[in-house]
Design a protein around this ligand. Structure first.
Ligand SMILES: C[S@@+](CC[C@H](N)C(=O)[O-])C[C@H]1O[C@@H](n2cnc3c(N)ncnc32)[C@H](O)[C@@H]1O
Length: 273
């Protein structure tokens, strides 16, 4: 994996290149739809539907998750922090363009130094991350960040992490091998969750944990099935990837975890008793 400064430089580079566009934080627009759907569905299920809930995203990038949630929850107050100043600048611009500046705040801050980030509330109803903690270069530091994030959650509130997991990534790669495709490797700026260490840590923090696999059908289509019929290419715009996204979202509204545990991302829902 890259070292800390290289990872930071990577995000500054993408933020400068892509600004308020989706490309600043992902190559996969369909995955972004599924991430926002999973967060919103869960926030409705825990009763935040029509409340003035306070929600914090750590590693918010240019703010796409916050804006997606603000659009679905008209009374939600959203704070986002990110250590890349260029991402926060883009989030400010997009907040104004989307008309969400009254309900959203974006601040520069590091997940590993949350106490130094001025302007955050002491406690939130929900603290969440999406593909942020996997940028931290060791499991020990990932666990330290999780401890600090959990401390910002009120009693009865939730820490929700959508992060990539080695466990399900390996299962997805196993599917590729079964169809004679080579295994993929994570990007150099990522250290996927090692659940054998992260899950016990969540327990020691006293959190009640539930894992939702919200993206398995999409990922099997994008990373296994479509490559299997087109010479190995991952085609983000293939019509079957779009169809799988719509089906994955529609079925998730009725049945969670319906398509097994084969996504590279999983949603770790942690309730603070
Ligand atoms: C893959 S992007 C995801 C952005 C956003 N969560 C989303 O889903 O659109 C990862 C983001 O995490 C930020 N990041 C990485 N490590 C961080 C840290 N230690 N503290 C704060 N932000 C961090 C990066 O600057 C980048 O904007």
């Amino acid at each position: 994996m890259m070292d800390r400064e290289q990872v930071k430089a990577h995000w500054r580079d993408w933020a400068s290149k892509f600004g308020t566009a989706l490309g600043a934080t992902t190559r996969t627009g369909t995955a972004k739809m599924l991430e926002i759907d999973a967060l919103a569905r869960r926030m409705s299920a825990i009763g935040l539907g029509d409340t003035p809930a306070h929600v914090l995203e750590v590693g918010c990038g240019n703010g796409l998750n916050c804006f997606g949630l603000a659009a679905k929850f008209p009374r939600m107050q959203l704070d986002g922090i990110d250590y890349t100043a260029e991402m926060i600048d883009a989030a400010h611009k997009a907040a104004v363009a989307n008309g969400f500046q009254d309900r959203s705040r974006f601040l520069v801050g590091n997940a590993l130094e949350l106490s130094a980030a001025s302007g955050l509330l002491a406690q939130y109803d929900v603290v969440f991350t999406v593909r942020c903690l996997i940028n931290i270069e060791s499991v020990g530091l990932q666990m330290r960040a999780i401890t600090d994030l959990a401390a910002r959650v009120r009693e009865g509130g939730h820490l929700i992490m959508i992060e990539n997991s080695m466990a399900t990534y390996d299962r997805q790669n196993r599917c590729r091998t079964l169809l004679d495709l080579p295994a993929r490797t994570p990007a150099a700026f990522n250290l996927f969750f090692d659940e054998t260490r992260i899950l016990p840590h969540l327990k020691t923090l006293g959190l009640e944990v539930e894992i939702e696999d919200f993206i398995s059908l999409h990922d099997l289509m994008l990373y296994v099935l479509v490559p299997a019929i087109n010479g190995g290419t991952v085609d983000y715009d293939h019509p079957l990837v779009h169809a799988a996204t719509l089906l994955n979202i529609a079925v998730s509204a009725e049945t969670s975890n319906a398509f097994g545990a084969f996504g590279q991302g999983r949603m770790f829902v942690c309730r603070k008793p």
